[in-house]
Design a protein around this ligand. Structure first.
Ligand code: ZN
Length: 426
């Protein structure tokens, strides 16, 4: 057997293993016959590969539910052995660091967070990130660590793992965060923009039908957007896309941190929401807010959201306005992209429904009727942890998604070209 034949058979085996792992992950617990139907592989091939994955502890088998009309032991069902490896996920939001240890199914095992000052220098923040990593990794063998996924705000260099710049973190410039983490942990580190991480997790947890288009909008320290069409994430020039927060709502509006005026973020970013609450208190209004602040609570959007959910009229008005401006931006995006669904995420859990109502109302008013009738708008399930879990899913994908084919492998010189070489079968 030639080297290229050995290479191809190894590649086919690797592709089929990942097809099977992914099928089991999506359907689990499931039977071997269902895996064969889902993947299109022959049952004999499924048996060989499943046995190999069982021997490597990537899959586990357990008896399925007993059937009333059948004698003997119930047939065995397959599951992915999620705990075979660990993943460290980090989400650097300008106002908050979130760190999680997950298994390869991106099930959250340990979680820590710490609020930070987004105007602080990296030298003050980086040690906090490493401390949180140490806390979740305590007692975890490095040999079981598959990798580290990092969600970052701003412009990044994926190849070098560098945060180049961030509008919301002005002191951060060319910070080699990937290199810093690799030096400490000695495992592969992948970095991605937070909005793309959010999209990775949405796609991981809700596999979509073919040709489906989803738009994710996130309201955290800033406002971001990303979208996926037919299973492909849109990645713009330099990967710096989705800056919906810097679309202009009022050309004569307040100055924005990006240098422009009247951007969406000047209305609904975390700092804009807090500034409005401060103004209320200064005007002698916002009595509910003032009471909490006087009692020592931090004036953050989450406090305003909580009071709104408890019926505080002034906070309800702030939240409705957040939904209003977000809704106008989303209506514009619906007119532009005609997505099947819009998913709203971010640090909005407790006020999610109120924001969703206001957004829906604006979309009704401003999106074109034929487009909006086909678009579903909903809240994400893991609103504030979407980028964090997406950072973990990005690492987990190394186990479950198909390897990228190189130019040489996809076009073997000696073999006749197949019309549809999209899936490996044996
Ligand atoms: Zn701006």
């Amino acid at each position: 057997m030639s080297n290229s034949q050995i290479g191809n058979s190894e590649l086919i085996s690797q592709v089929n293993s990942r097809l099977i792992l992914q099928a089991v992950r999506i359907m689990q617990p499931t039977y071997r016959a269902a895996v064969a139907r889902k993947t299109g592989l022959k049952p004999a091939t499924v048996t060989v590969i499943v046995n190999d994955l069982l021997s490597k502890h990537m899959l586990i088998e357990a008896p399925g539910p007993a059937s009333g009309d059948r004698w003997g032991r119930p047939p065995l069902m397959l599951q992915v052995n999620g705990d075979v490896k660990h993943i460290l996920a980090i989400d650097l939001e300008p106002d908050c660091i979130r760190v999680a240890l997950t298994n390869i199914l991106v099930e959250n095992l340990l979680y820590r967070e710490k609020r930070i000052d987004r105007f602080a220098k990296p030298a003050a923040i980086l040690p906090r990130i490493l401390e949180l990593c140490d806390q979740v990794l305590e007692g975890v063998s490095r040999r079981t660590l598959l990798g580290v996924g990092v969600s970052l705000p701003g412009l990044i260099d994926r190849e070098r793992g560098v945060l180049i710049s961030s509008t919301n973190m002005p002191e951060w410039s060319d910070i080699p965060i990937g290199q810093i983490l690799h030096k400490k942990l000695r495992v592969p580190v992948q970095v991605e923009r937070s909005m793309h991480c959010a999209l990775v997790y949405e796609d991981w947890s809700n596999p979509r039908p073919p040709n489906h288009t989803s738009l994710i909008v996130s309201l955290r320290t800033g406002v971001g957007m990303s979208f996926i069409h037919a299973g492909q994430r849109y990645i713009g020039n330099q990967g710096f896309d989705g800056e919906i927060g810097h679309t202009v709502i009022d050309v004569n509006g307040k100055p924005c941190e990006c240098g422009s005026r009247g951007c969406l973020e000047t209305f609904i970013s975390a700092s804009a929401i807090v500034a409005r609450a401060r103004d209320l208190i200064a005007e002698g209004k916002g009595t509910g807010l003032k009471k909490c602040v006087d009692a020592g609570e931090e004036l953050v959007p989450e406090l305003i959201y909580r009071l709104a959910s408890e019926g505080d009229v002034e906070c309800v008005e702030i939240v409705r306005d957040v939904g209003k401006y977000l809704g106008i931006a989303i209506a514009n995006m619906i007119n532009l992209l005609a997505p099947d669904e819009v998913v709203i995420s971010g640090s909005i859990d407790i006020a999610g429904e109120l924001i969703l109502q206001a957004v829906t109302s604006q979309v009704q008013q401003h999106a074109l009727p034929r487009t909006r009738e086909k678009t579903t708008i909903r809240l994400a399930q893991q609103t504030d942890k979407l980028p964090l879990l997406g950072a973990a899913a990005m690492v987990a994908q190394r186990i479950f998604t198909l390897p990228k084919l190189s130019h040489n492998i996809s076009k073997p010189s000696s073999a006749p070209r197949r019309k549809r070489p999209s899936r490996a079968r044996v």
